[in-house]
Design a protein around this ligand. Structure first.
Ligand SMILES: Cc1cc2nc3c(=O)[nH]c(=O)nc-3n(C[C@H](O)[C@H](O)[C@H](O)COP(=O)(O)OP(=O)(O)OC[C@H]3O[C@@H](n4cnc5c(N)ncnc54)[C@H](O)[C@@H]3O)c2cc1C
Length: 350
């Protein structure tokens, strides 16, 4: 376990937004034992802990983190595969998610091909039930093994008990409780994708929604679509210096939905609520692509991505996020909720 001093502002170099002040302590955990020890030792002395992985879903305050930051760098994979039951694949938390997706496709493991191009690590995927283009990790996760910081034990939590929902889980709702150590996925075997659910993806692939097609083609198409929206990280392109989508899509009661213009996108949900598009609400409240100032702004390619234009502080980004929240509320009466995890900073409530 390596402990090193983090110079002024250097947590910024661990987040895709390139924002965040210094950490009081910074520990690199390259093995599972180091990860558990780092978290356990800090918990024992009552120190605050921030588990930091790829930093692609984190907004860290300019004041930094007044405690121990544990950087997850674990790796390793175990595969149990046979033609009848498919592949059970257990992967260490610190491994790269997108490299794993590419590997899965090369091994004919079906079910995560549409999640290509999402930055970050394996261990973070169950936290917000990562999803895109009609797939979510909840569909292929079998279980999550973690260190329970409250009970001081190792625990394997079956997918059914992970509380997965739209961009959320039991882990996200209990942020100080679990350190994810490994995630086990269960895959069907085949060279065709799972049914393509997302209309834009199906259209671009030239298939009907619900049809299957080559997984390699799905990956390439998703990566192209994502690049067009600034949703693939590119160190040369400030339009991608974001935390992905900054706001989640709101789920509204039917009477709230009736107050929106007929043109607002709507997807009926099994529980009677209606999902609408945060991007549409933002755009139609006057915040068009590229909106902002010289420090922060909306990506020129995607309304939902709030970007650091190079010299911003976290406070600038929060100010922009609040301006958008207020603007959307004043226009449509809908209060947008942030998707990334905020550390040491917060947004105004409605
Ligand atoms: C350009 C871009 C595009 C994106 N597109 C998508 C998308 O399409 N869909 C989507 O769902 N998300 C998307 N995201 C968000 C982000 O990539 C995912 O949420 C990703 O899973 C975060 O992984 P990370 O390793 O970077 O986690 P971090 O940002 O380091 O951490 C995120 C949260 O998870 C916690 N955490 C991380 N690892 C562990 C662990 N081992 N144990 C316990 N807690 C842990 C952290 O404490 C923090 O609360 C995008 C982000 C960017 C920058």
């Amino acid at each position: 376990m390596a402990e090193r001093r983090v110079a002024e502002r250097s947590l910024a170099s661990f987040t895709t937004l390139r924002l965040g002040g210094p950490a009081e302590r910074f520990i690199e955990a390259s093995t599972e034992r180091e990860l558990i020890d780092a978290v356990m030792n800090a918990d024992e002395v009552g120190e605050k802990v921030l588990i930091l992985a790829g930093g692609s879903n984190l907004v860290i305050s300019d004041d930094g983190f007044p405690g121990t930051v544990v950087h997850v760098l674990t790796n390793g994979m175990h595969v149990d595969q046979d033609a009848c039951s498919g592949a059970m694949v257990t992967v260490a938390a610190g491994m790269s998610w997108d490299s794993f997706v590419a590997h899965a496709i090369s091994q004919d493991w079906v079910g995560i091909e549409a999640l290509s191009g999402i930055p970050g690590t394996i261990g973070a995927t169950p936290i917000q039930n990562v999803g895109a283009y009609g797939q979510e990790v909840a569909e292929t996760i079998a279980s999550v093994r973690c260190w329970d910081r409250v009970e001081g034990t190792l625990k394997t939590i079956a997918a059914a008990d992970c509380g997965f929902g739209y961009r959320t889980s039991w882990f996200k709702k209990n942020p100080q409780r679990y350190a994810v150590l490994t995630v086990t996925f269960q895959f069907r075997l085949g060279d065709l994708s799972s049914p393509v659910q997302y209309a834009e993806l199906a259209r671009t692939l030239g298939v009907e929604p619900g049809e299957r097609t080559s997984m390699t083609k799905v990956r390439e198409t998703v990566l192209d679509l994502r690049r067009g929206k600034g949703m693939v990280l590119d160190p040369e392109d400030p339009d991608t210096w974001s935390a992905g989508s900054f706001f989640t899509n709101p789920f509204l009661a039917p009477e709230e939905m009736r107050r929106l213009p007929g043109a607002a996108p709507r997807w009926e949900q099994p529980d009677g609520t209606i999902k609408t598009s945060a991007a549409w609400l933002i755009e139609n409240s006057g915040f068009t692509k590229g909106y902002g100032n010289e420090l922060v702004g909306l990506s020129t390619k995607h309304t939902l991505a709030l970007t650091n234009r190079g010299r911003a502080r976290t406070a600038d980004l929060i100010e922009l996020a609040e301006e958008i929240q207020r603007g959307v509320f004043d226009t449509f009466g809908v209060w947008l909720v942030n998707e990334p995890v905020l550390v040491g900073c917060e947004l105004l409530g409605p």
